[in-house]
Design a protein around this ligand. Sequence first.
Ligand SMILES: Cc1ncc(COP(=O)(O)O)c(C=O)c1O
Length: 392
Amino acid sequence: MQIYLDYSATTPLRPEVIAAMQKAMTQQWGNASSLHQWGNRAATALERSRQQVASLINAPTAESIVFTAGGSEANNLVMQGIAQRALAQTGQPQHVIISAVEHSAIAEPARQLERQGWQITRLAVNPQGAVDPQQLQAALQRNTVLVSVIYGQSEVGTLQPIAKLGAMTQAHGALFHTDAVQVAGRLPINVQQLPIDFLSLSSHKIYGPQGAGALYIRPDATLPLPIITGGGQERGLRSGTQAIPNIVGFGVAAELAAIEMPTETLRLIHLRDRFFSLLSDTPALVPTGDPRHRLPHHVSFCLPHTDITGKTLVRQMNLAGIGISAGSACHSGQLSPSPVLQAMGYSDRTAKSGIRLTLGRHTTAADVDWSALVLKQVLSRTIATASPLLTV
Ligand SMILES: Cc1ncc(COP(=O)(O)O)c(C=O)c1O
């Protein structure tokens, strides 16, 4: 039996998405900027997709959606683009606030800005991985231009109090961005009711193709300077001929996610809670993240009482036909502790032990039951060989 439990890493394409992409590849392959009928067909498909993506987050206008090549690019566009805009206006590096649990597509651009002389504040999180709004209040400075806090943390599942953080930031006069890549399509997002200026989306987390994403920009927000310049596509904010098949796939995926969300989210929450409860009698597995304010499809643990790394468990589970992921990244063969678990207060050793099991459209209750059983068996075998003194 093969069970995929890594829907936070990527999701399989929906058949409807494949059909729409195939049509785009065969009938809408023109350059959307061309003035002839081939271009018009591509442009029509592009604008329909913009509408579909806008609807997923209740954006006030389709124009507030800027298509990018993915969530990473959307994050980079807002971080680098707003910094460049502020630099152009003031002539000097200013101040940016992020959280200590950002995805690398925010953490890295922040490091890059730091090297260029920007002041970066990384907001500490509590042991559940949540930012305390009071900390943000204390961190805001006169020269803070941008605050970026991840909406749903990809490694530990914690949802941040985005509405409070956004309201504080805007009341202070700074811009607020959230990386909603893991939240979109899984929980309702209404950007007209949220005090946010920018929001990042990615197609391949919602059963669309890889290589498409979007940045939502509130209609009267300060615009980032483009990081890719050229032909001036996407309102001049992201040059380059639009990848119509990918964007069409993204649009269809967004539309279907919106339609199915009310039932699918409840189903996932039920499966997620079932998973946690099946493993609650396994003391070696300590749940990570916030148990209540949590992504609906997200199950995660660390193993503080063992020497086992997340990578070892991923390999063992893979041998048993189950695809899960480890929190920490592997660089040049060296396993480094997860910065997210470290920020939550775990030791370096424990921060190498994180695992994540993320559920999706194809996950059934039987998959959850079987995976929980296999995980227990794998764990007890691994513990018996690695640390004979410990029992599961
Ligand atoms: C929270 C978060 N932000 C950004 C990204 C990057 O998105 P993409 O793969 O579309 O560049 C991911 C993907 O793993 C993510 O989980």
